[in-house]
Write a protein that binds this ligand. Structure first.
Ligand code: ADP
Ligand code: MG
Length: 472
């Protein structure tokens, strides 16, 4: 039996280890609010503010916690969570615990907490590959937009008839955080559910390469290849990782040929189009292009709104529509970042018992998204207006007098005057070196049109509302 004081000391030692491992922001958000409660029989019990908080820790920081606690209390130590309900009392019947056994995510988790991280794992063979299909990734929660339509629909076609379409291999590529892994996992999950008996293997290229190196060391390359040849559907994620790895490419080349010849489905992802992948054997690249190659682009505004809505629905959280729009406007390149912002906001709101409002949204974005423009500047205005009117920034800068381009140009100038401190002269210089009288004329025209044209006026009101969200 150890007293409370000792438990506090131990926890504070853990914290100093954790602080070095996770960085300031995460430490503040996820570790400072934790209250150490007791230490009995080498079980440390800590109190966390909410269920969500517990799940987040478990999903993202279990290894950090494990390392810190093992360092302090030895390998047999265990951790239990108590969830505080009203900020003070502990709901005693809601103790969760993590066994902290090596490699084990959560030991005796309660069953309903298993709904989130939740990979469905099956050991195969001696290579230690898991069929790492994560239930979270489904077609149902993948939002379709112009940005990903081809990738999604070809993925779905493959999921319905693996190996029996001309989309073999199916090669999806995009920048990071735009849904490649989600989509290929969704294909795997769909096949698993609808094609009983088909064996599916999802593997990251990194893992493939590492296991291959092991096989070389152990003289078991044959077994390694044979293992892959047994699958009906091979999903290889982030194949760019094979760049400059001659031997790995070689073995994959043979596996690819074999599977392809026997009508097995191959699905790959990469961060670049095959033609732009450097460090690859030509014969392998040419095979990547045999089937269908489809890219995923950054989602447009409407798609971002839909993604956010879906995510909120899943988390069962409601936020005001102006906050939703603000998020969708501000985080516009990476879906993973959008999710990060939402998760952090939910946590912050729960923690500080406040509502999710614009202020919180703005703080969160600033603290976790890099390079986000939170000020309205001329670049932002031009980008925003050009997207809205479907013209290019180049067109706004050059001499074109086509009606819709003139309108976009004049509206941009109007907003530049309205929302920045720029002089008329410097506004003009941003639009292909036009002079200040052109800017005055533009502003006048916009004012006139707003007075006379109801539809145009409504458009301007909508634009202003959206720009102002950015300017808060
Ligand atoms: P990538 O593999 O391209 O780096 P991920 O598939 O890991 O990207 O996507 C990052 C996160 O964004 C995941 O949590 C994923 O569920 C989510 N996501 C990406 N695109 C979409 C989409 N179109 N609809 C719903 N969620 C998406
Ligand atoms: Mg990925």
């Amino acid at each position: 039996m150890i007293d409370v004081k000792e438990c506090k000391t131990i926890w504070s030692n853990c914290l100093s280890v954790i602080r070095d491992m996770v960085g300031d922001q995460s430490f503040k958000t996820w570790f400072e609010p934790i209250v150490p409660l007791s230490l009995t029989d080498n079980i440390l019990t800590i109190q966390v503010p909410s269920r969500f908080f517990y799940e987040w820790l478990e999903e993202h920081y279990v290894h950090v916690l494990k390392d810190a606690i093992h360092a302090e209390l030895g390998p047999s130590a265990r951790l239990e969570y108590a969830i505080s309900t009203d900020g003070k009392t502990v709901e005693n019947n809601k103790l969760y615990n993590i066994s902290l056994q090596s490699g084990n995510k959560a030991g005796s988790k309660t069953s309903d907490s298993a709904s989130k991280s939740h990979s469905d794992t099956r050991e195969i063979g001696q290579f230690g590959f898991d069929v790492q299909l994560n239930n979270q990734y489904q077609f149902e929660n993948f939002i379709e937009g112009d940005c990903n339509r081809l990738a999604r629909s070809s993925g779905f076609a493959v999921a319905k008839k693996p190996g029996a379409t001309s989309f073999n291999p199916l090669m999806l590529y995009s920048k990071v955080g735009l849904g490649k892994t989600h989509l290929v996992q969704a294909i795997g999950n769909y096949i698993k559910k609808n094609h009983e008996g088909k064996s599916i293997l999802y593997v990251s290229s990194e893992k493939f390469a590492n296991q291959f190196m092991e096989a070389v060391k152990n003289n078991s390359i044959r077994d390694f290849s044979n293992f892959f040849l047994k699958t009906d559907v091979l999903i290889l994620d982030d194949v760019q990782f094979f760049a400059n790895k001659e031997k790995t490419q070689e073995v994959f080349f043979h596996i690819f040929n074999d599977l392809h010849q026997s009508g097995k489905q191959i699905i790959m992802t990469s961060d670049k189009a095959p033609k732009d992948l450097a460090g690859f054997q030509e014969r392998l690249l040419s095979r990547f292009k045999w089937g269908l190659t489809a890219d995923l682009q950054a989602p447009d505004f409407e798609t971002r709104v839909a993604i956010i809505q879906k995510k909120l629905e899943t988390e069962q959280v409601e936020i005001p529509s102006d906050v939703l729009e603000y998020l969708a406007y501000s985080v516009d390149t990476n879906v993973r970042e959008i999710e990060g912002v939402i998760n952090t906001m939910i946590a912050q709101a729960a923690l500080n018992q406040r509502h999710i409002d614009l202020e919180l949204a703005k703080q969160t974005i600033q603290s976790i998204v890099q390079n986000v423009e939170t000020e309205v500047g001329i670049d932002y205005i031009m980008k925003f207006v050009s997207e809205y009117f479907s013209v290019t920034i180049e067109q706004m800068k050059d001499k074109t007098r086509k009606r819709e381009i003139v309108v976009a140009r004049q509206v941009s100038m109007y907003f530049a005057k309205e929302y920045t401190n720029m002089s008329l002269k410097s506004i003009g210089s941003n639009f292909g070196n036009r002079d200040h009288s052109t800017v005055i004329h533009a502003i006048q025209s916009v004012n006139d049109l707003m007075d006379t044209d109801k539809k145009f006026n409504a458009t301007m009101q909508d634009l202003m509302k959206k720009i102002k969200l950015k300017a808060i």
